[in-house]
Design a protein around this ligand. Structure first.
Ligand SMILES: NC(=O)c1ccc[n+]([C@@H]2O[C@H](COP(=O)([O-])OP(=O)(O)OC[C@H]3O[C@@H](n4cnc5c(N)ncnc54)[C@H](OP(=O)(O)O)[C@@H]3O)[C@@H](O)[C@H]2O)c1
Length: 327
């Protein structure tokens, strides 16, 4: 069942082509996010009722659907968002709260497709790791609320590479520790595909935790090279000291907590020695291979290209006395 569904709501999603299973009202949280946007696009036209949760009033959702405003930290707003919905695609909030899931259950939600993380499976339960702890807590809250669930546990998202975009655009360079560190980056849209399948086909993917990886391990250096090929430029992959990397990660906008930065860099060192496993869950659920990183790089090439230098238009001279401001 899942295999044929994967083909039918794969990248060539056809509006109106219902999956042929019993699905009801669906809520997609994070509809402006990298993954949530893809889930919304895939469900549009496939379900009888689609509602999208956005946080800010200026956020524009990707499809024409019912839109509600809400914030995970504001339970009354979430009660309004959940009301009348049966199936929910849910992000793991920064501060997970069991009451969010209790609210969902009270409002009639039956099945949650949770965006969790591979860290839940990879980090030992006793080991202190804030990322694993937050996602593990959220998985537990879903179960404790008596909700049906599908836990999506992506490994590294390919979209993490967007954090290199500014340095690439300005210096044609990426500064990282351990460039030979290996990853199995998964395209955010592949995570969205599995989420949509789990929402449409609750039976075969219900009560499952899916480890989602890309199709093959790739070093950071090879990812940088793929971005260079896709965006038509030579990009230097510059190795920096581990401490330097930790300091950079813990500074500026979007800074990570120091212990999270340290763990991330330690993980990078570890994966120079250990090859991360490729999981089969994506293929089994979707009936197709996950997208290669080169495909992600080609789709996002524009984000890495330096801004175009404006050229002076060659044309008739501006009329005397007028100020020619359009360049
Ligand atoms: N990065 C990785 O390698 C990795 C690995 C495993 C799992 N994950 C999981 O994937 C997530 C990232 O997914 P993504 O790339 O799709 O994220 P994203 O692009 O940052 O999108 C996050 C979405 O959630 C919304 N949101 C954030 N806080 C909210 C709140 N308090 N209330 C309501 N909505 C809120 C955002 O709304 P706004 O548009 O208003 O901000 C946005 O639409 C991580 O947080 C983690 O749970 C990531």
């Amino acid at each position: 069942m899942a295999r044929s569904l994967g083909r039918r709501i794969g990248p060539g999603l056809r509006p109106g082509a219902r999956a042929g299973v019993s699905v009801d009202a669906c809520l997609v949280t994070g509809a402006t996010g990298g993954i949530g946007r893809g889930v919304a696009l895939r469900l549009a036209g496939q379900v009888p009722r689609l509602r999208l949760l956005v946080r800010g009033s200026s956020s524009s959702p990707p499809v024409d659907a019912e839109v509600v405003q809400g914030d995970f930290d504001d339970l009354p707003s979430m009660a309004r968002a959940f009301a009348g919905m049966r199936t929910v695609f849910l992000y793991t909030p920064v501060r997970p709260d069991a009451r969010l899931l209790q609210t969902a259950a009270e409002q009639g939600v039956r099945h949650v497709v949770l965006l969790s993380s591979a860290s839940v499976a990879k980090v030992a339960p006793g080991e202190r790791n804030p990322v694993a702890e937050r996602h593990r807590a959220m998985e537990r809250y879903v179960r404790d609320a008596g909700l049906g669930s599908t836990c999506l546990r992506p490994d590294t998202l390919a979209s993490n590479c967007l954090s290199w975009a500014e340095e690439i655009r300005t210096h044609r360079r990426v500064s990282v520790p351990y460039p030979s560190s290996l990853r199995n980056p998964i395209h955010e849209d592949d995570v969205a595909l599995i989420a949509a399948l789990a929402m449409l086909d609750g039976d075969s993917l219900r009560s499952r935790s899916l480890l989602l990886t890309g199709p093959a391990p790739l070093s950071i250096r090879d990812q940088v090279a793929a971005i260079g090929r896709a965006s038509g430029q030579a990009i230097e992959c510059r190795e920096i000291a581990a401490q330097d990397a930790i300091d950079r990660m813990a500074q500026g906008p979007g800074a990570l907590a120091l212990d999270v930065a340290r763990r991330l860099v330690a993980y990078m060192e570890k994966t120079t020695r250990e090859v991360p496993a490729v999981a089969s869950d994506f293929f089994e659920a979707a009936g197709q291979a996950p997208k290669a990183f080169s495909e992600w790089a080609a789709e996002h090439a524009e984000a890495f290209r330096p801004p175009k230098v404006p050229t002076l238009a060659v044309g008739p001279a501006p009329a005397p006395g007028t100020f020619h401001s359009e360049i």
